[in-house]
Design a protein around this ligand. Structure first.
Ligand SMILES: [Zn+2]
Ligand SMILES: [Zn+2]
Length: 523
Protein backbone atom coordinates (compact mmCIF):
# COMPACT_ATOMS: atom_id res chain seq x y z
CA UNK A 1 0.00 0.00 0.00
CA UNK A 2 1.56 3.21 -1.05
CA UNK A 3 0.59 6.66 0.00
CA UNK A 4 -0.98 6.95 -3.41
CA UNK A 5 -4.20 5.58 -1.98
CA UNK A 6 -4.72 8.91 -0.41
CA UNK A 7 -5.38 10.44 -3.79
CA UNK A 8 -8.87 9.05 -3.86
CA UNK A 9 -9.60 10.85 -0.69
CA UNK A 10 -8.31 14.20 -1.74
CA UNK A 11 -11.79 15.47 -1.25
CA UNK A 12 -11.68 14.50 2.39
CA UNK A 13 -10.60 16.90 4.98
CA UNK A 14 -6.95 16.04 5.48
CA UNK A 15 -6.56 18.10 8.59
CA UNK A 16 -9.45 16.33 10.19
CA UNK A 17 -7.92 12.95 9.43
CA UNK A 18 -4.71 14.05 11.03
CA UNK A 19 -6.57 15.20 14.08
CA UNK A 20 -8.25 11.83 14.33
CA UNK A 21 -4.92 10.08 14.00
CA UNK A 22 -3.64 12.18 16.83
CA UNK A 23 -6.60 11.39 19.01
CA UNK A 24 -6.36 7.67 18.38
CA UNK A 25 -2.65 7.33 18.70
CA UNK A 26 -2.24 9.88 21.43
CA UNK A 27 0.01 11.70 19.00
CA UNK A 28 2.68 9.06 19.56
CA UNK A 29 2.57 7.03 16.39
CA UNK A 30 2.62 9.07 13.27
CA UNK A 31 1.97 7.08 10.16
CA UNK A 32 3.19 9.22 7.39
CA UNK A 33 5.05 8.71 4.18
CA UNK A 34 7.58 5.92 4.32
CA UNK A 35 6.92 5.45 8.02
CA UNK A 36 3.93 3.41 6.99
CA UNK A 37 6.17 0.46 6.23
CA UNK A 38 5.72 -0.49 9.82
CA UNK A 39 2.22 -1.55 8.88
CA UNK A 40 2.88 -3.17 5.58
CA UNK A 41 2.48 -6.64 7.09
CA UNK A 42 -1.18 -7.36 6.44
CA UNK A 43 -2.02 -9.12 9.62
CA UNK A 44 -5.67 -8.40 10.35
CA UNK A 45 -4.92 -6.64 13.58
CA UNK A 46 -2.40 -4.24 12.12
CA UNK A 47 -4.50 -3.71 9.08
CA UNK A 48 -7.47 -2.71 11.19
CA UNK A 49 -5.33 -0.54 13.36
CA UNK A 50 -3.85 1.20 10.40
CA UNK A 51 -7.22 1.62 8.75
CA UNK A 52 -8.75 2.98 11.90
CA UNK A 53 -6.04 5.58 12.28
CA UNK A 54 -6.80 6.68 8.76
CA UNK A 55 -10.47 6.98 9.50
CA UNK A 56 -11.38 4.32 6.98
CA UNK A 57 -13.34 2.04 9.22
CA UNK A 58 -16.47 2.62 11.20
CA UNK A 59 -16.39 1.47 14.79
CA UNK A 60 -18.44 -1.63 14.24
CA UNK A 61 -16.07 -2.86 11.60
CA UNK A 62 -13.18 -3.80 13.82
CA UNK A 63 -14.01 -7.43 13.33
CA UNK A 64 -13.04 -6.92 9.71
CA UNK A 65 -16.36 -5.99 8.16
CA UNK A 66 -15.12 -3.95 5.28
CA UNK A 67 -14.88 -4.45 1.60
CA UNK A 68 -11.81 -4.09 -0.49
CA UNK A 69 -11.48 -2.17 -3.72
CA UNK A 70 -8.84 -4.06 -5.67
CA UNK A 71 -6.63 -2.63 -8.37
CA UNK A 72 -4.45 -4.42 -10.94
CA UNK A 73 -1.53 -3.57 -8.68
CA UNK A 74 -2.48 -4.82 -5.24
CA UNK A 75 -0.40 -2.12 -3.59
CA UNK A 76 -3.09 0.28 -4.75
CA UNK A 77 -5.95 -1.58 -3.02
CA UNK A 78 -7.96 0.20 -0.39
CA UNK A 79 -10.87 -0.60 1.85
CA UNK A 80 -14.21 0.98 2.46
CA UNK A 81 -16.98 0.67 4.93
CA UNK A 82 -19.51 -1.53 3.07
CA UNK A 83 -22.38 0.97 3.29
CA UNK A 84 -20.27 3.62 1.68
CA UNK A 85 -18.88 1.20 -0.89
CA UNK A 86 -22.41 0.32 -1.88
CA UNK A 87 -22.83 3.88 -3.15
CA UNK A 88 -19.37 4.60 -4.48
CA UNK A 89 -18.21 1.26 -5.85
CA UNK A 90 -21.43 -0.33 -7.00
CA UNK A 91 -21.50 -2.36 -10.21
CA UNK A 92 -20.16 -0.42 -13.19
CA UNK A 93 -19.37 2.70 -11.19
CA UNK A 94 -16.63 4.94 -12.51
CA UNK A 95 -14.14 6.15 -9.97
CA UNK A 96 -11.03 8.23 -9.91
CA UNK A 97 -8.08 6.95 -7.92
CA UNK A 98 -4.31 6.96 -8.13
CA UNK A 99 -4.53 9.77 -10.65
CA UNK A 100 -6.56 7.90 -13.21
CA UNK A 101 -9.99 6.62 -14.04
CA UNK A 102 -11.33 3.15 -13.20
CA UNK A 103 -14.52 1.20 -13.61
CA UNK A 104 -15.89 -1.28 -11.08
CA UNK A 105 -15.83 -4.38 -13.16
CA UNK A 106 -15.66 -7.55 -11.10
CA UNK A 107 -17.23 -8.92 -7.92
CA UNK A 108 -14.63 -10.67 -5.81
CA UNK A 109 -16.06 -14.10 -4.97
CA UNK A 110 -17.17 -14.34 -1.38
CA UNK A 111 -19.53 -16.39 0.68
CA UNK A 112 -22.74 -15.24 -0.89
CA UNK A 113 -24.77 -14.14 2.10
CA UNK A 114 -28.20 -13.67 0.57
CA UNK A 115 -30.98 -11.85 2.36
CA UNK A 116 -34.50 -11.09 1.25
CA UNK A 117 -36.35 -7.84 1.67
CA UNK A 118 -39.87 -6.70 1.02
CA UNK A 119 -40.65 -3.11 0.33
CA UNK A 120 -43.98 -1.38 0.75
CA UNK A 121 -44.90 1.50 -1.50
CA UNK A 122 -45.04 3.66 1.65
CA UNK A 123 -41.26 3.25 1.83
CA UNK A 124 -41.00 0.79 4.70
CA UNK A 125 -38.66 -2.11 4.18
CA UNK A 126 -38.75 -5.44 5.98
CA UNK A 127 -36.28 -8.24 6.03
CA UNK A 128 -38.10 -11.49 5.23
CA UNK A 129 -35.17 -13.88 4.97
CA UNK A 130 -36.37 -15.98 7.87
CA UNK A 131 -39.71 -14.43 8.84
CA UNK A 132 -42.53 -14.03 6.37
CA UNK A 133 -44.38 -10.73 6.45
CA UNK A 134 -47.76 -10.37 4.78
CA UNK A 135 -48.68 -6.77 5.52
CA UNK A 136 -46.93 -3.49 6.17
CA UNK A 137 -47.35 -1.43 9.33
CA UNK A 138 -49.26 1.03 7.17
CA UNK A 139 -51.85 -1.65 6.50
CA UNK A 140 -51.04 -2.39 2.87
CA UNK A 141 -50.58 -5.98 1.80
CA UNK A 142 -47.00 -6.80 0.79
CA UNK A 143 -48.00 -8.48 -2.42
CA UNK A 144 -44.82 -8.30 -4.46
CA UNK A 145 -42.27 -11.06 -4.16
CA UNK A 146 -39.25 -10.33 -2.03
CA UNK A 147 -36.15 -8.75 -3.47
CA UNK A 148 -33.18 -11.03 -3.10
CA UNK A 149 -30.01 -9.17 -2.18
CA UNK A 150 -26.39 -10.19 -1.94
CA UNK A 151 -24.01 -8.74 0.58
CA UNK A 152 -21.86 -6.06 -0.96
CA UNK A 153 -18.72 -7.96 -1.95
CA UNK A 154 -15.22 -6.66 -2.45
CA UNK A 155 -14.76 -5.46 -6.00
CA UNK A 156 -12.07 -5.26 -8.60
CA UNK A 157 -11.66 -2.27 -10.89
CA UNK A 158 -10.17 -2.06 -14.33
CA UNK A 159 -8.63 0.93 -16.01
CA UNK A 160 -11.13 2.99 -17.97
CA UNK A 161 -9.22 4.35 -20.91
CA UNK A 162 -12.14 5.66 -22.82
CA UNK A 163 -12.84 9.31 -22.28
CA UNK A 164 -16.28 9.35 -20.75
CA UNK A 165 -18.58 12.25 -20.53
CA UNK A 166 -19.10 13.85 -17.15
CA UNK A 167 -22.74 12.79 -17.24
CA UNK A 168 -21.70 9.23 -17.78
CA UNK A 169 -19.45 9.28 -14.76
CA UNK A 170 -22.29 10.66 -12.71
CA UNK A 171 -24.86 8.24 -14.06
CA UNK A 172 -22.55 5.33 -13.34
CA UNK A 173 -22.87 6.11 -9.66
CA UNK A 174 -26.53 6.83 -9.73
CA UNK A 175 -28.08 3.92 -7.87
CA UNK A 176 -31.50 3.44 -6.34
CA UNK A 177 -30.52 3.32 -2.69
CA UNK A 178 -32.68 3.06 0.40
CA UNK A 179 -31.91 2.62 4.05
CA UNK A 180 -33.84 1.32 6.98
CA UNK A 181 -33.15 0.96 10.67
CA UNK A 182 -34.08 -1.68 13.17
CA UNK A 183 -34.84 0.18 16.35
CA UNK A 184 -33.51 -0.84 19.72
CA UNK A 185 -34.88 0.48 23.02
CA UNK A 186 -33.88 4.10 23.57
CA UNK A 187 -31.52 4.78 26.45
CA UNK A 188 -32.11 8.54 26.49
CA UNK A 189 -35.24 10.40 25.45
CA UNK A 190 -36.14 14.04 25.37
CA UNK A 191 -39.22 15.86 24.34
CA UNK A 192 -39.64 19.56 23.63
CA UNK A 193 -43.08 21.09 23.54
CA UNK A 194 -43.72 24.50 22.05
CA UNK A 195 -46.46 27.02 22.86
CA UNK A 196 -48.02 26.16 19.53
CA UNK A 197 -48.31 22.51 20.58
CA UNK A 198 -45.49 21.54 18.25
CA UNK A 199 -43.55 18.64 19.65
CA UNK A 200 -40.04 17.43 18.92
CA UNK A 201 -38.66 14.22 20.39
CA UNK A 202 -35.13 12.87 20.42
CA UNK A 203 -34.39 9.25 21.29
CA UNK A 204 -30.88 7.90 21.54
CA UNK A 205 -30.43 4.30 20.45
CA UNK A 206 -27.12 2.57 20.98
CA UNK A 207 -26.21 0.03 18.30
CA UNK A 208 -29.24 0.19 16.07
CA UNK A 209 -28.86 -1.86 12.90
CA UNK A 210 -28.83 0.20 9.74
CA UNK A 211 -29.21 -1.61 6.44
CA UNK A 212 -28.53 0.03 3.11
CA UNK A 213 -29.93 -1.52 -0.06
CA UNK A 214 -28.76 -0.71 -3.55
CA UNK A 215 -31.53 -1.98 -5.81
CA UNK A 216 -30.20 -1.14 -9.21
CA UNK A 217 -28.65 1.46 -11.40
CA UNK A 218 -30.96 4.38 -12.17
CA UNK A 219 -29.59 4.44 -15.67
CA UNK A 220 -29.56 1.35 -17.83
CA UNK A 221 -29.45 0.32 -21.45
CA UNK A 222 -32.87 0.38 -23.03
CA UNK A 223 -34.10 -0.49 -26.47
CA UNK A 224 -32.39 2.41 -28.10
CA UNK A 225 -28.73 3.22 -27.87
CA UNK A 226 -27.08 4.49 -24.74
CA UNK A 227 -28.27 4.43 -21.17
CA UNK A 228 -31.58 5.95 -20.19
CA UNK A 229 -33.39 6.58 -16.96
CA UNK A 230 -35.09 3.47 -15.62
CA UNK A 231 -38.84 4.09 -15.33
CA UNK A 232 -39.79 4.84 -11.75
CA UNK A 233 -42.11 1.84 -11.46
CA UNK A 234 -39.10 -0.42 -12.06
CA UNK A 235 -36.70 1.38 -9.75
CA UNK A 236 -37.01 -1.14 -6.93
CA UNK A 237 -36.43 -4.20 -9.05
CA UNK A 238 -33.20 -6.02 -8.27
CA UNK A 239 -30.81 -5.00 -10.99
CA UNK A 240 -27.43 -6.70 -10.72
CA UNK A 241 -26.04 -10.04 -11.75
CA UNK A 242 -22.60 -11.56 -11.62
CA UNK A 243 -21.64 -13.26 -14.85
CA UNK A 244 -18.38 -15.19 -14.53
CA UNK A 245 -17.25 -12.72 -11.92
CA UNK A 246 -18.10 -9.66 -14.01
CA UNK A 247 -20.88 -7.34 -12.97
CA UNK A 248 -23.84 -7.25 -15.31
CA UNK A 249 -26.41 -4.49 -15.08
CA UNK A 250 -30.05 -5.20 -15.81
CA UNK A 251 -31.34 -3.34 -18.82
CA UNK A 252 -34.34 -1.06 -18.50
CA UNK A 253 -36.46 -3.30 -20.72
CA UNK A 254 -35.22 -6.63 -19.40
CA UNK A 255 -37.76 -9.42 -19.77
CA UNK A 256 -35.81 -11.89 -17.66
CA UNK A 257 -37.41 -12.61 -14.28
CA UNK A 258 -36.45 -10.79 -11.09
CA UNK A 259 -34.99 -14.02 -9.75
CA UNK A 260 -32.08 -13.75 -12.16
CA UNK A 261 -30.99 -10.52 -10.55
CA UNK A 262 -29.95 -9.40 -7.12
CA UNK A 263 -29.88 -6.17 -5.21
CA UNK A 264 -26.93 -5.42 -2.94
CA UNK A 265 -27.05 -4.76 0.78
CA UNK A 266 -24.77 -3.80 3.62
CA UNK A 267 -25.66 -3.71 7.31
CA UNK A 268 -23.95 -2.27 10.32
CA UNK A 269 -24.59 -1.36 13.95
CA UNK A 270 -24.55 2.33 14.67
CA UNK A 271 -25.35 4.64 17.56
CA UNK A 272 -28.29 6.70 16.42
CA UNK A 273 -30.86 9.34 17.21
CA UNK A 274 -34.47 9.01 16.17
CA UNK A 275 -36.09 12.41 15.80
CA UNK A 276 -39.78 13.11 15.44
CA UNK A 277 -41.40 16.49 14.88
CA UNK A 278 -44.94 17.65 14.37
CA UNK A 279 -47.71 18.22 13.85
CA UNK A 280 -47.02 19.48 10.35
CA UNK A 281 -49.36 19.82 7.41
CA UNK A 282 -49.14 17.30 4.61
CA UNK A 283 -48.27 20.08 2.21
CA UNK A 284 -45.19 21.15 4.14
CA UNK A 285 -44.05 17.74 5.45
CA UNK A 286 -41.77 16.73 2.62
CA UNK A 287 -39.79 19.97 2.28
CA UNK A 288 -39.66 20.47 6.03
CA UNK A 289 -38.36 16.96 6.65
CA UNK A 290 -35.72 17.17 3.94
CA UNK A 291 -34.56 20.59 5.10
CA UNK A 292 -34.50 19.68 8.78
CA UNK A 293 -32.57 16.47 8.12
CA UNK A 294 -30.02 18.17 5.89
CA UNK A 295 -29.60 21.14 8.22
CA UNK A 296 -29.26 19.09 11.40
CA UNK A 297 -26.56 16.88 9.91
CA UNK A 298 -24.60 20.06 9.15
CA UNK A 299 -25.23 21.67 12.54
CA UNK A 300 -24.56 18.50 14.52
CA UNK A 301 -21.40 17.76 12.56
CA UNK A 302 -20.11 21.22 13.39
CA UNK A 303 -21.11 21.14 17.05
CA UNK A 304 -19.82 17.61 17.56
CA UNK A 305 -16.66 18.27 15.51
CA UNK A 306 -17.44 15.59 12.97
CA UNK A 307 -16.00 15.44 9.50
CA UNK A 308 -17.89 15.10 6.26
CA UNK A 309 -19.94 11.90 6.05
CA UNK A 310 -19.27 10.88 9.65
CA UNK A 311 -22.86 11.61 10.58
CA UNK A 312 -25.54 10.44 8.21
CA UNK A 313 -29.31 10.63 8.21
CA UNK A 314 -32.30 9.34 6.37
CA UNK A 315 -36.06 9.74 6.56
CA UNK A 316 -38.30 7.19 8.13
CA UNK A 317 -41.83 6.67 6.87
CA UNK A 318 -43.94 8.12 9.60
CA UNK A 319 -46.59 6.22 11.51
CA UNK A 320 -48.56 9.44 11.90
CA UNK A 321 -48.70 11.56 8.72
CA UNK A 322 -48.74 14.69 10.86
CA UNK A 323 -45.29 13.87 12.20
CA UNK A 324 -42.00 13.68 10.38
CA UNK A 325 -39.36 11.17 11.42
CA UNK A 326 -35.63 11.31 10.79
CA UNK A 327 -32.95 8.81 11.71
CA UNK A 328 -29.46 10.21 12.36
CA UNK A 329 -26.57 7.84 12.87
CA UNK A 330 -22.84 7.71 13.39
CA UNK A 331 -21.50 6.33 10.15
CA UNK A 332 -17.82 5.99 10.94
CA UNK A 333 -15.46 5.21 13.76
CA UNK A 334 -14.46 8.84 13.88
CA UNK A 335 -17.84 9.64 15.30
CA UNK A 336 -17.89 7.08 18.10
CA UNK A 337 -19.88 8.43 21.01
CA UNK A 338 -20.68 11.70 19.29
CA UNK A 339 -24.46 11.53 19.08
CA UNK A 340 -24.94 10.62 22.72
CA UNK A 341 -23.53 14.06 23.54
CA UNK A 342 -26.64 15.64 22.08
CA UNK A 343 -28.31 14.77 25.37
CA UNK A 344 -26.22 17.37 27.08
CA UNK A 345 -28.26 20.55 26.78
CA UNK A 346 -25.40 22.98 26.03
CA UNK A 347 -24.24 20.68 23.23
CA UNK A 348 -27.70 20.48 21.74
CA UNK A 349 -28.01 24.26 21.91
CA UNK A 350 -24.63 24.67 20.27
CA UNK A 351 -25.78 22.36 17.48
CA UNK A 352 -28.91 24.42 17.01
CA UNK A 353 -26.81 27.60 16.93
CA UNK A 354 -24.44 26.09 14.38
CA UNK A 355 -27.39 25.03 12.27
CA UNK A 356 -28.84 28.56 12.29
CA UNK A 357 -25.47 29.99 11.37
CA UNK A 358 -25.00 27.48 8.56
CA UNK A 359 -28.37 28.65 7.20
CA UNK A 360 -27.24 32.29 7.20
CA UNK A 361 -29.21 33.24 10.30
CA UNK A 362 -27.90 35.18 13.27
CA UNK A 363 -28.66 33.73 16.71
CA UNK A 364 -31.70 36.02 16.95
CA UNK A 365 -32.96 34.90 13.56
CA UNK A 366 -31.82 37.92 11.54
CA UNK A 367 -31.32 36.88 7.94
CA UNK A 368 -27.68 37.53 7.09
CA UNK A 369 -27.98 36.49 3.45
CA UNK A 370 -31.37 37.55 2.08
CA UNK A 371 -30.13 36.90 -1.45
CA UNK A 372 -30.17 33.17 -0.67
CA UNK A 373 -33.90 32.75 -1.00
CA UNK A 374 -34.44 29.08 -0.15
CA UNK A 375 -31.03 27.42 -0.25
CA UNK A 376 -27.67 27.70 -1.93
CA UNK A 377 -24.38 25.86 -2.22
CA UNK A 378 -23.11 27.72 0.81
CA UNK A 379 -25.85 26.45 3.06
CA UNK A 380 -27.91 23.36 2.34
CA UNK A 381 -27.09 22.40 -1.19
CA UNK A 382 -24.29 20.14 -2.26
CA UNK A 383 -23.42 18.10 -5.30
CA UNK A 384 -24.71 14.88 -3.75
CA UNK A 385 -28.16 16.16 -2.82
CA UNK A 386 -29.05 17.68 -6.16
CA UNK A 387 -32.27 15.77 -6.37
CA UNK A 388 -33.38 17.39 -3.14
CA UNK A 389 -32.41 20.96 -3.95
CA UNK A 390 -35.98 21.78 -4.85
CA UNK A 391 -37.09 20.70 -1.36
CA UNK A 392 -34.47 22.58 0.61
CA UNK A 393 -35.84 25.78 2.08
CA UNK A 394 -34.07 27.27 5.07
CA UNK A 395 -37.03 29.53 5.86
CA UNK A 396 -39.14 26.51 6.77
CA UNK A 397 -37.09 25.61 9.81
CA UNK A 398 -35.92 28.97 11.12
CA UNK A 399 -38.66 29.19 13.73
CA UNK A 400 -38.21 25.56 14.78
CA UNK A 401 -34.51 26.19 15.37
CA UNK A 402 -35.04 29.46 17.23
CA UNK A 403 -37.51 27.69 19.49
CA UNK A 404 -35.40 24.57 20.00
CA UNK A 405 -32.39 26.68 20.92
CA UNK A 406 -34.21 27.89 24.02
CA UNK A 407 -36.65 25.11 24.80
CA UNK A 408 -36.28 23.03 27.94
CA UNK A 409 -36.32 19.28 27.49
CA UNK A 410 -38.91 17.25 29.27
CA UNK A 411 -39.61 13.58 29.54
CA UNK A 412 -41.54 11.77 26.86
CA UNK A 413 -44.92 10.56 28.06
CA UNK A 414 -45.25 12.81 31.09
CA UNK A 415 -48.56 11.25 32.12
CA UNK A 416 -47.04 7.81 32.44
CA UNK A 417 -44.19 9.14 34.58
CA UNK A 418 -46.70 10.86 36.85
CA UNK A 419 -48.73 7.68 37.11
CA UNK A 420 -45.67 5.77 38.27
CA UNK A 421 -44.73 8.43 40.80
CA UNK A 422 -48.23 8.46 42.25
CA UNK A 423 -48.32 4.67 42.49
CA UNK A 424 -45.35 4.60 44.81
CA UNK A 425 -46.20 4.53 48.49
CA UNK A 426 -45.12 2.83 51.67
CA UNK A 427 -41.75 2.60 53.33
CA UNK A 428 -38.85 3.84 51.25
CA UNK A 429 -41.09 5.27 48.58
CA UNK A 430 -39.65 8.78 48.97
CA UNK A 431 -36.38 7.52 47.59
CA UNK A 432 -38.16 5.65 44.82
CA UNK A 433 -40.08 8.75 43.82
CA UNK A 434 -36.91 10.78 43.81
CA UNK A 435 -35.25 8.12 41.68
CA UNK A 436 -38.09 8.15 39.14
CA UNK A 437 -37.96 11.95 38.95
CA UNK A 438 -34.24 11.77 38.30
CA UNK A 439 -34.76 9.33 35.47
CA UNK A 440 -37.46 11.51 34.00
CA UNK A 441 -35.56 14.76 34.30
CA UNK A 442 -32.41 13.32 32.79
CA UNK A 443 -34.04 11.86 29.73
CA UNK A 444 -33.60 8.25 30.79
CA UNK A 445 -36.09 5.64 29.66
CA UNK A 446 -39.30 5.11 31.54
CA UNK A 447 -39.16 1.92 33.67
CA UNK A 448 -40.74 -0.97 31.84
CA UNK A 449 -41.48 -2.90 35.05
CA UNK A 450 -42.16 -1.99 38.65
CA UNK A 451 -41.76 -4.22 41.67
CA UNK A 452 -41.18 -7.57 40.07
CA UNK A 453 -39.30 -10.74 40.85
CA UNK A 454 -35.99 -12.06 39.61
CA UNK A 455 -35.52 -14.44 37.92
CA UNK A 456 -38.29 -13.18 35.65
CA UNK A 457 -39.34 -16.79 35.03
CA UNK A 458 -39.06 -19.63 37.50
CA UNK A 459 -39.06 -19.42 41.27
CA UNK A 460 -38.37 -15.92 42.52
CA UNK A 461 -35.28 -15.23 44.57
CA UNK A 462 -35.41 -11.51 44.85
CA UNK A 463 -37.77 -8.58 44.34
CA UNK A 464 -36.59 -5.72 42.16
CA UNK A 465 -37.82 -2.12 42.27
CA UNK A 466 -37.61 -1.02 38.63
CA UNK A 467 -36.54 -2.32 35.26
CA UNK A 468 -34.88 0.51 33.33
CA UNK A 469 -33.85 -0.56 29.84
CA UNK A 470 -32.12 -3.87 30.46
CA UNK A 471 -31.06 -2.96 33.98
CA UNK A 472 -32.68 -4.23 37.17
CA UNK A 473 -32.55 -1.39 39.68
CA UNK A 474 -32.81 -1.55 43.43
CA UNK A 475 -33.27 1.86 44.98
CA UNK A 476 -31.34 2.43 48.15
CA UNK A 477 -33.73 2.47 51.10
CA UNK A 478 -36.63 0.76 49.34
CA UNK A 479 -38.22 -2.33 50.91
CA UNK A 480 -36.68 -4.51 48.23
CA UNK A 481 -33.26 -2.99 48.55
CA UNK A 482 -33.51 -3.51 52.28
CA UNK A 483 -34.33 -7.18 51.80
CA UNK A 484 -31.46 -7.56 49.35
CA UNK A 485 -29.03 -6.06 51.79
CA UNK A 486 -30.28 -7.52 55.06
CA UNK A 487 -32.35 -10.62 54.44
CA UNK A 488 -31.06 -12.46 51.41
CA UNK A 489 -28.54 -15.11 52.37
CA UNK A 490 -25.10 -15.04 50.88
CA UNK A 491 -25.68 -18.06 48.65
CA UNK A 492 -28.74 -16.59 46.97
CA UNK A 493 -27.12 -13.21 46.72
CA UNK A 494 -24.11 -14.60 44.88
CA UNK A 495 -26.35 -16.73 42.64
CA UNK A 496 -28.24 -13.61 41.62
CA UNK A 497 -25.06 -11.58 41.20
CA UNK A 498 -23.61 -14.27 38.99
CA UNK A 499 -26.69 -14.42 36.80
CA UNK A 500 -27.49 -10.71 36.64
CA UNK A 501 -24.18 -9.16 37.60
CA UNK A 502 -23.91 -6.69 34.74
CA UNK A 503 -27.56 -5.72 34.78
CA UNK A 504 -28.21 -5.50 38.50
CA UNK A 505 -27.74 -2.04 39.90
CA UNK A 506 -28.18 -0.62 43.37
CA UNK A 507 -28.90 3.10 43.13
CA UNK A 508 -27.20 4.91 46.00
CA UNK A 509 -29.27 7.87 47.16
CA UNK A 510 -26.27 9.35 48.97
CA UNK A 511 -24.60 9.81 45.60
CA UNK A 512 -27.40 10.34 43.14
CA UNK A 513 -25.26 11.93 40.40
CA UNK A 514 -22.61 9.23 40.58
CA UNK A 515 -25.29 6.54 40.61
CA UNK A 516 -27.02 8.11 37.62
CA UNK A 517 -23.79 8.01 35.63
CA UNK A 518 -23.28 4.40 36.68
CA UNK A 519 -26.77 3.49 35.56
CA UNK A 520 -26.35 5.27 32.21
CA UNK A 521 -23.22 3.28 31.53
CA UNK A 522 -25.15 0.02 31.94
CA UNK A 523 -28.10 0.92 29.73
ZN1 LIG B 1 -46.50 0.46 4.00
ZN1 LIG C 1 -27.77 29.69 1.27
Amino acid sequence: MSDGRRTYDEDLNTALQQRREDIRTGGKIRIKGSGRQQDSGRSPYRMDQWLATRGFLPGYAFGGDFIMVQFPNSDDDFVRDPQRALREFGPGALCYAHKRRWRVDTAVPSKEALREFKRCECGRIYEVTTHARAACKCGKVLADGPVSAMKMPSVRVKAENRISRWEEARESKSFVIEQFAEFVPATRQWQFTGDDEKRLTLSFMPSATVTTINYRSKFAEGQGTGAGRVPSNLEHQPGFAVDEGKWAIRSANSTRPDTEYKALYASGMHDAIHLTYGPVTLAEASALKTTLRTALVIGLSLALRQGPSELQAFDIPSADPQFIEVFLYEATSGSAGALSRVFDLPTLREAVGQTLEALHYAPDGTDLRPECVASCYECLQEFFNQREHCLLDRRLIKDVLLWLGKAEPEAIDVDRWQEIIESLNGAGSDNERQFIEMLRDNGLPIPSKLHYALPETGSPILEIDFKVGRVHVLVDGSIHHDKWVHELDEEKRSAVSLEYGSTLFAFDMNDPQGSLEGLKSLL
